[in-house]
Design a protein around this ligand. Structure first.
Ligand code: ATR
Length: 282
């Protein structure tokens, strides 16, 4: 019998998770199917109970359910608990366990772009939403000691920094303040939706003070190159779009479900092919 996996979200029609996971199941000769589940906020409790009833082996959780799913699960991994969001559920014989692979997926995707140890790098995160939190907390949990954060709304930035349970050195900076000291950073991570299609001309801050060789990562992958990344590249930065984070969060979820870390190059190719260089949501 085919095992069933899926992704739960609202909206979900444009999700690229099925293509990516089905390629990985196929490549590993696992008889399983990964499908989209369109579930509204009101229907989430029934949908989660349904995972047990239908013996669905695992799901990804996406917008808007990443936090609201937590009280519906039996166990939560400590990192997911600290972040306050779950993107992966494992159904272990009826016990539902929640994980967060977004931050770890981001870090796995980032590592090949970094020279030396990530822990020693000076990092700037732009934004203070759910993605920023997952990345900030995960980096802090892995021992990165200097992570500054800049955001349009100060209270949101300060709240994120203050609620982090891992020890580190961190300052909140106004966007205009961050612009003037960009050369202090080895890694700059853009986590907001600024520059996402269709508002592709927008960017969060001016990069003039960027030092050569800085790694600039934007979690957006629609478009594949945001205006922000384009500017960074022109200024001599090493750039990375959000496709790696998407693929690696999926690969880590796949590993939680099957015990196998899949071929991420193959998964990335499948997503790129379906994107066709055009437009997407998770
Ligand atoms: P996520 O999906 O990660 O939860 P989101 O809700 O899409 O995030 O975006 C939240 C982040 O993007 C916040 O940092 C938000 O800034 P505020 O805290 O000031 O709201 C930032 N953001 C979104 N649109 C923005 C814009 N047009 N200009 C500046 N920041 C913006």
């Amino acid at each position: 019998m085919n095992d069933v996996y899926g992704v739960i979200g609202d909206p979900i029609a444009h999700s690229k998770s099925p293509i990516m996971h089905n390629v990985a199941f196929n490549d590993n000769q696992i008889e399983a199917t990964y499908v989209k589940f369109h579930v509204s906020k009101e229907q989430l409790p029934q949908a989660i109970s349904g995972l047990r009833a239908l013996d669905i082996k695992g799901v990804n959780i996406t917008v808007p359910h990443k936090s609201s799913v937590m009280p519906l699960l039996d166990e939560i991994d400590p990192l997911a608990n600290a972040i306050g969001a779950v993107n992966t559920v494992v159904n272990q014989n009826g016990t539902l366990i929640g994980y967060n692979t977004d931050g770890l997926g981001f870090v796995e995707g980032l590592k090949p772009h970094i020279d030396g140890e990530l822990e020693t790098k000076s990092v700037l995160i732009i934004g203070a939403g759910g993605a920023a939190k997952a990345i900030y907390y995960t980096l802090a949990s892995l021992g990165v000691k200097k992570i500054d954060l800049t955001n349009r709304t100060k209270e949101n930035g300060v709240a994120l920094i203050n609620s982090c349970p891992f020890a580190l050195e961190s300052r909140y900076l106004h966007l205009s303040e961050a612009e003037t000291i960009l050369s202090d950073y080895d890694v700059i991570i853009q986590t907001t939706s600024i520059g996402m299609s269709p508002s592709v001309e927008q960017y969060p801050l001016a990069l003039r003070q960027l030092k050569n060789g800085t790694v600039v990562s934007d979690i957006i992958y629609n478009p594949l190159q945001t205006t922000f990344l384009k500017q960074a590249k022109q200024l001599g930065a090493r750039t990375q779009n959000g496709l790696d984070m998407f693929v690696f969060q999926g690969a880590l979820a796949f590993e939680k479900w099957t015990g196998i870390f899949p071929n991420t190059i193959m998964m990335k190719k499948a997503v790129l092919k379906q994107l066709g260089g055009s437009h997407v949501n998770r």
